[in-house]
Design a protein around this ligand. Structure first.
Ligand SMILES: [Zn+2]
Length: 1014
């Protein structure tokens, strides 16, 4: 590091004297030493091309080696963000062909860049080219003739970005050499790229993770005998999922990249990844995202095949397309481009997780020849960092040259896609999406609308009430969902026909109230809005999905959206608006303040903002001053009005002051001390919890499983402990949680040192030893914590931990073998509206469900197969008549609701098993339950729906003086599931009164008899 820093100052001085020179005055030759090393580090000729097997020298511009003191792709070395950015700035100083822009900072303050490389005249004219792409991006009012003139004058911008995934280390290095090569080299091939396009480079997307990864890798190089550190945090919040954030825009990198895209409108955005051998060029297997213009699908294919052909012609092995991913979900970083009418694509090259040269062995199917991989990778090769650089750099240069050579066609396609997006309202519809002004959750509504605005989507507001025919709309979050399975058993098609008939019956016009928000589909980014607000059907016949299959944002955020197909709406008076601010204030007078619980997440911020103010929760709905308040309403007695009002105003919360406290049972509403648990193997899922808590300013202690092991009397320190889903690379089973990283060898501290100064940042965790996991002691400490009156919240895969550890009587968790739920939006029903966990919710909620586990409560799950008749005479519905005895009709089994069935304990069991049975007050309480099978799926795919239908989603289980609350869904998923957040917040705020509203009646006393009608 010091070496390079020294060299940096020397080069800056050098560059300062050269900056004024025109690029054409520079002498370009061959950098023989650099070229020699390229050839030395390339392990096979079939991992290189003539584009990258050498490096030109320049009398003006320092090569990467001059600055870094190693060539790009040299073994055993990687560079930190500071060096990479400094080199890019050095290029800017050394040649008029490079200009560097800062595009923002990461969570930990590291800078992200956009490095523009092109001909000197193009760089001088960047503003004009930016205006041209901007005009083509919004072609409203532009004639085709004017458009063609702009296209002829314009330059496509090709944006290459590196290392969003921190262990994929090659691209940031490669992009330094690429910037240099394009700026310096004088072959006609490179000149074409410079003349007829603008290359834009973001060398490191995940800057925080890059520095941690380089620390760990360079530590490994210095201490090859030591066990290698895992990369515990990549970015500040999430790991690999940082390129699944385009729907939530929660991470700084997503926001910075999007903002930069909207500033320049690059024609192509190209993410550089490393995983599969040797070079996979994205086209995907399909099903492709159904809201994209088909033009872009062709562009993916055409670009991929061009690059494959050029590489293959040169004898390069293992370049292929198709396979690997699907092209369905719009959550990837490259969706920034595809969602805004440009081209988003990516490569996967064969990374090494560093710069080691290694023998890499492959097995089928990686080595299989397939129709999409006629020239497959080899079973064994020596693979180097330079090989990786050669593959990435050669292929992307072909891509860039292709775009420059066909610049008008690419720009014209961009124009066409933009124009066709504006025509969407009239062509394929719908006309608009409406967010009605009377949504009970104005804060979440505003948050979703502001997110769309951040994506560049225009929002208008109705100036008057507007009527639309009911047949022309469908309220998405309230629409009847459908089953996903192509099974004749479900009668899906019939149900759907019935639904359609019902829609016809109720042909009353619908009034959209004045002030409703309208997302018009006659705007450039109509497709993106439609894509995120619509429902998704993913056929089980399609190839296995690569990521989420459903993502309907209105439903996941518990915000009402209406799909309007009648274009008459577009001519109603409406005003375009920018961002939406919800007004908060106090109305009425008196010393008691009421805050209606509507499950808007700002209420959680409010509770903590006034943490020292005593609040209570109303245990039932009530009326005061003629206003109806929901169960869970915050009741604040005798507080300082100014203080309450300031918080209400800041957070946009309406508060009602009343003279006397309402006559309703209440209990204290706590602002509890929360611990958020992580382990030392995978921090990804807890990252989405942390980012949501941080955004809402909800305080918590970030605590390692190893620390739980070392801390007894947890109850003295915390009221609530949250176990976000484990899994990923970590595993969530009892076994893996107890073991953690095995206690072998020496202690492994995770702390900043001189050698690794970037491991820990404020908000992250450190320790003297990452080994040992939760351990048996940690498990016992957790159990003791609950028995002492604490609340343990365990979500999704982590819910199996308290279940397996014996903290939840009468609950089991399983993963049904036939279940395939790759990330879908499912309907759930509030089963116990009196539970504090359900405060603020209405009767139903859409939740995100991914693979389970499926929770079961009680001892007697009905087995539908059990009632099937034996083989014998007659038809399946005929009685089984046993020969030589009088026929007695069997007694009909009593019909029980899912809840009754769960709590039902047969008389014999009560007699003989009473020792093992919990008393009614300790029975699990199902708060939220999945809808029946026919109503279950709103968006995405669910195979095995019968294993999920009517099963518990949220279960509250008393244990000792405390509670365990289990979630089968993931309430904090990629900052998309704002609608589910308050299930967790309610659990927290009411942690010491979760038994409020509990009914301890035992339904087994009076089983409901089946009637003829059933
Ligand atoms: Zn990747």
């Amino acid at each position: 590091m010091n070496r390079s820093a020294l060299f940096f100052s020397c080069c800056v001085l050098l560059a300062g004297t050269l900056a004024a020179q025109s690029a054409s005055n520079c002498r370009v030759g061959d950098d023989a030493e650099y070229t020699k090393q390229i050839r030395e580090y390339t392990t096979e000729p079939f991992f290189s091309t003539e584009l990258v097997d050498h490096l030109p020298s320049s009398s003006c511009v320092p090569s990467p080696e001059k600055f870094l003191q190693h060539i790009i792709g040299a073994p055993n070395v990687l560079d930190h963000v500071e060096q990479i950015n400094a080199y890019m700035r050095l290029l800017e100083k050394s040649t008029p062909r490079v200009k560097v822009f800062s595009i923002g900072k990461s969570e930990e303050g590291r800078e992200m860049l956009a490095v523009m490389v092109s001909d000197e005249e193009n760089i001088r004219d960047l503003e004009r080219f930016k205006q041209i792409t901007g005009r083509l991006a919004d072609p409203r009012g532009l004639s085709d003739t004017e458009a063609q003139k702009l296209i002829a004058d314009g330059k496509p911008i090709y944006w290459a970005d590196g290392s969003i995934h921190s262990p994929e280390t090659g691209a940031p290095e490669m992009l330094m050499e690429l910037a240099y090569r394009i700026a310096v080299e004088d072959t006609p091939f490179i000149q074409k790229i410079r003349k007829d396009s603008i290359v834009m480079i973001t060398p490191v997307v995940e800057t925080d993770g890059r520095d941690r990864e380089v620390d760990i890798y360079m530590h490994h190089v210095k201490h090859p005998q030591d066990p290698r550190y895992p990369l515990i945090w990549w970015g500040h919040y999430v790991a690999h999922d940082n390129n699944r954030d385009d729907l939530g825009l929660t991470l700084a990198l997503s926001r910075n990249m999007l903002k930069n895209f909207l500033e320049w409108h690059p024609t192509v955005m190209h993410d550089l990844h490393e995983s599969v051998p040797y070079l996979y060029i994205m086209t995907g297997t399909g099903p492709y995202n159904a809201w994209l213009d088909p033009i872009v699908i062709s562009e993916w294919q055409r670009m991929a095949y061009y690059e494959i052909e050029e590489m293959t012609k040169r004898g390069v092995i293992g370049v292929w397309t198709h396979g690997f991913y699907d092209g369905w979900a719009p959550n990837y970083l490259l969706s920034i481009a595809n969602g805004h009418n440009a081209i988003g694509r990516f490569y996967e090259t064969f990374g090494n997780g560093g710069a080691d040269t290694q023998v890499r062995k492959l097995n089928p199917p990686d080595t299989n020849r397939e129709w999409f991989r006629p020239n497959p990778p080899l079973p064994e090769v020596k693979w180097s960092a330079r090989d990786n650089i050669n593959m990435q750099e050669s292929a992307i240069l072909f891509g860039m040259n292709n775009v420059a050579s066909n610049k008008n066609e690419f720009l014209n396609n961009f124009y066409l896609k933009s124009k066709r997006a504006v025509a969407k309202a009239q062509t394929e519809g719908p006309a608009a999406w409406v967010f009605p002004a009377d949504d009970p959750r104005p804060a979440e509504q505003a948050r979703l609308l502001n997110l769309l605005a951040q994506q560049g989507i225009e929002i208008s507001r109705l100036e008057n009430d507007a009527q639309i025919p009911s047949a022309a709309q469908k309220e998405s979050a309230d629409s009847r969902p459908r089953s996903n399975e192509n099974s004749s058993k479900t009668g899906t098609d019939k149900d759907r026909d019935k639904d359609r008939d019902k829609d016809k019956d109720t042909n009353k016009p619908v009034t959209l109230p004045k002030g409703s928000y309208v997302i018009r589909m006659d705007q450039p980014y109509s497709r993106l809005a439609d894509m995120v607000l619509d429902t998704q059907y993913y056929s089980p016949r399609d190839p296995r999905s690569y990521d989420d299959t459903g993502w309907t944002l209105g439903a996941l955020r518990n915000v009402k959206t209406i799909r309007v197909v009648d274009t008459a709406l577009l001519s109603k008076p409406m005003q375009k608006i920018a961002t939406i601010q919800v007004a908060g204030t106090i109305t009425g007078s008196g010393g008691t303040y009421l805050v209606n619980h509507n499950a808007d997440n700002t209420l959680a911020t409010f509770r903590y903002k006034l943490a020292d103010v005593a609040m209570e929760a109303a245990e039932a709905p009530f009326e005061a001053d003629g206003v109806r308040f929901n169960a869970g309403t915050f009741v604040i007695r005798n507080a300082d009005r100014g203080k309450v009002e300031a918080a209400a105003k800041e957070l946009g919360i309406p508060v009602h002051a009343v003279a006397s406290a309402p006559k309703v049972a209440t209990h204290p509403l706590q602002a509890p001390r929360v611990a958020m648990v992580h382990n030392w193997t995978n921090t990804q899922n807890d990252g989405w919890y942390r980012v949501a808590f941080d955004e809402l300013k909800i305080p918590y202690t970030y605590i390692a499983d190893t620390k739980l092991r070392q801390t007894d009397h947890l109850r003295d320190k915390f009221d609530v402990i949250i176990l976000p889903p484990g899994g990923g690379f970590g595993g969530a089973s009892l076994s893996s949680t107890v073991q953690g990283i095995p206690m072998r060898g020496a202690a492994l501290p995770w702390k900043n040192t001189n050698e690794m100064p970037n491991l820990v940042a404020p908000g992250l965790d450190e320790t003297d030893d990452i080994r040992g996991g939760l351990g048996y002691t940690g498990l016992a400490n957790l159990e003791q914590f609950v028995r002492d009156g604490g609340l343990l919240i365990a979500a999704q895969s982590s819910s199996s931990l308290p279940v397996a550890a014996g903290m939840t009587q009468m609950v089991s968790a399983n993963n049904p073998p036939g279940l395939n739920a790759p990330g879908s939006v499912l309907l759930s029903i509030v089963d116990d509206s009196k539970s504090p966990i359900a405060y603020g919710y209405t009767d139903k909620l859409y939740v995100y469900f991914h693979d389970g586990p499926v929770l079961n409560v009680g001892m007697n799950q009905p087995n539908p197969e059990a009632n099937a008749r034996s083989s014998g005479r007659g038809s399946p519905s005929d009685p089984d008549v046993i020969q030589a005895r009088t026929y007695h009709e069997p007694e009909k089994a009593p019909k029980r609701s899912p809840r009754e069935q769960e709590l039902y304990i047969p008389e014999e069991v009560r007699q003989f098993g009473s020792l093992l049975l919990p008393p009614p007050a300790e029975m699990p309480r199902v708060v939220l339950r999945f809808a029946p099978e026919k109503d279950l799926v709103l968006s995405g795919m669910l195979v095995g729906a019968k294993d999920v239908a009517e099963r518990p989603v949220v279960v509250d289980v008393p244990h000792g003086k405390g509670h365990v609350v289990l979630f089968s869904n993931n309430p904090f998923w990629r900052d998309e599931t704002q609608g589910s957040f308050f299930l967790v917040f309610n659990s927290m705020f009411n942690y010491d009164h979760l038994d409020a509203g509990r009914s301890n009646a035992n339904p087994s006393d009076q089983p409901r008899q089946a009637t003829a009608a059933e």
